[in-house]
Design a protein around this ligand. Structure first.
Ligand SMILES: Cc1cc2nc3c(=O)[nH]c(=O)nc-3n(C[C@H](O)[C@H](O)[C@H](O)COP(=O)(O)OP(=O)(O)OC[C@H]3O[C@@H](n4cnc5c(N)ncnc54)[C@H](O)[C@@H]3O)c2cc1C
Length: 422
């Protein structure tokens, strides 16, 4: 069942797909109906392959139907951090991949006429005085070395003219980054995938698969014999694939939607329907919706459950930036699970010649998951150039593996959230 979120309440075209019963045969069995799985399935079907997609719950049930909808440029790590860690050449390769991710989303929205409120413009608000100056350096590096002239630094007043908060010392405005109603985008991809011939089964949780060729992918009520498997379960992977589970960490992140604020107040709060995130390690992110609510994400936890009162958990983060919204009723509050990696870079790879996976987008998956699915489809189709680049980042296991990774993570997060405040 879908969570009670703003996105579900405003979803366009929720379609019920059957539950898998009995035996099916396919070239590729995709596991997971989020951006990774849907993008892989659609791109595979467009190559002429016969594809079955199995989703444990509903299409877009996971992070893909619950997120902030921010489609950032670049990777989770900014290009200068990437350069310091991997050198300029690889950093540029990953920048170009992220540009391809944005292009893929733009192309899908246009080609399949997906009603998902695609908007341009993203502001990074600098929350700490000691970070001032980085925006200008970054914008210059992007323009001169990354062929990207679309980001510019804004001083405090210019930033305030876009976001009505005292919380930012300066900003970086990226006019070619975007935002989207994520569930509607996922539902649009699912419709396009069905039109391309993908057979989608919902409420069909995969319980096991064999390590054979072809593989037998089993659910409670049926199975699929497939030449290839694509694993796109991300933060919801659970125990399905222990060989990769210890290298990602599921974490929960939370969002609220205010009551409609009226067009004038919404535009005053954030100009031009830009989306915004700040420079905190546990990032605050927000934008206004088509019906003029503030959609605000902030706060996360590292346990299996969500806070009992998500609205009460997230609201203080919103009020810290926007005390003027003290009056606003919170109409929706929800959470979702994503996965992060030690290096904060996605993990894309192959466990056997016929078993591919992509996950661990570390909070940057709206763009990168959509490209990762396409890149897995390319690799299965025999073109592995981009797969080779994406899979070149070697995964590092979390200390303590699946059992003990949480205590280490909590300590690490406490350290960074303290750093955010100092
Ligand atoms: C609250 C929140 C806010 C976020 N905001 C942003 C943002 O603004 N920008 C950004 O870039 N990223 C954001 N993210 C991260 C982003 O949403 C994810 O990186 C992205 O959606 C991952 O897509 P996915 O398809 O890999 O995983 P998911 O969308 O989580 O899909 C995985 C699917 O696999 C299914 N599944 C799991 N196990 C099985 C099984 N055994 N059998 C069958 N199906 C199975 C699940 O039910 C699920 O539907 C946010 C995440 C959250 C939770």
């Amino acid at each position: 069942m879908y969570p009670d979120s703003y996105y579900v309440a405003t979803a366009v075209g929720i379609t019920e797909h059957p539950t898998l019963q009995g035996a099916e045969r396919a070239d590729v069995c995709v596991i997971g109906g989020g951006f990774t799985g849907l993008s892989a399935a659609l791109n595979l079907a467009e190559q002429g392959l016969d594809v079955v997609l199995l989703e444990a719950e509903r299409i877009g049930f996971g992070a893909s139907g619950r997120n902030g909808g921010l489609i950032g440029s670049g990777q989770r790590k900014d290009a200068l951090e990437m350069e310091a860690q991997f050198g300029f050449e690889r950093s540029k390769q990953f920048w170009d991949l992220a540009e391809a991710a944005k292009a893929e989303i733009r192309m899908r929205v246009a080609r399949h006429d997906i009603e998902c409120d695609l908007q341009y413009g993203q502001l990074e608000g600098v929350h700490k005085k000691s970070y001032v100056g980085h925006a200008a350096r970054y914008a210059e590096a992007l323009e001169t070395r990354y062929d990207y002239p679309h980001a510019r630094a804004l001083n405090r007043e210019e930033t305030r003219a876009i976001v009505d908060t005292d919380g930012f010392f300066e900003g970086l405005l990226d006019t070619q980054a975007m935002s989207v109603h994520p569930l509607n985008y996922a539902l649009g991809l699912a419709r396009a995938a069905c039109e391309a011939g993908v057979r989608i089964f919902e409420n069909s949780r995969v319980t096991d698969y064999t390590r054979t060729d072809p593989a037998k992918v089993s659910t409670e009520a049926g199975h699929v014999d497939a030449s290839f498997i694509v694993l796109g379960c991300n933060g919801y992977l659970g125990k399905l694939e222990p060989r990769v589970a210890g290298k990602i960490m599921p974490i929960n992140n939370f969002m609220i939607a205010t009551e409609p604020l009226g067009e004038e107040s919404a535009r005053k709060l954030i100009a031009d329907r830009n989306c915004v995130h700040d420079t905190r390690f546990v990032v605050d992110y927000f934008r206004t919706s088509a019906d003029n609510r503030l959609l605000f994400g902030g706060g996360e936890n590292y346990r299996s459950g969500f806070p009992k009162d998500i609205a009460a958990f997230v609201r203080p983060y919103m009020l810290k930036l926007f005390p003027q919204l003290d009056y606003a009723r919170i109409d929706y509050a929800w959470g979702g699970t994503l996965s992060v990696t030690v290096k904060r870079m996605p993990q894309v790879g192959r466990l056997k010649p016929n078993l591919f996976f992509a996950h661990g987008y570390s909070g940057h998956g709206v763009s990168i998951a959509n490209l990762a699915g396409k890149v897995l489809a390319e690799a299965i189709g025999g073109t592995a150039n981009r797969f080779d680049v994406m899979s070149s980042i070697k995964a590092v296991p979390f200390p303590g593996g699946t059992l003990l990774r949480y205590p280490g993570m909590v300590l690490g997060m406490l350290y960074y959230s303290l750093k955010d405040r100092i």
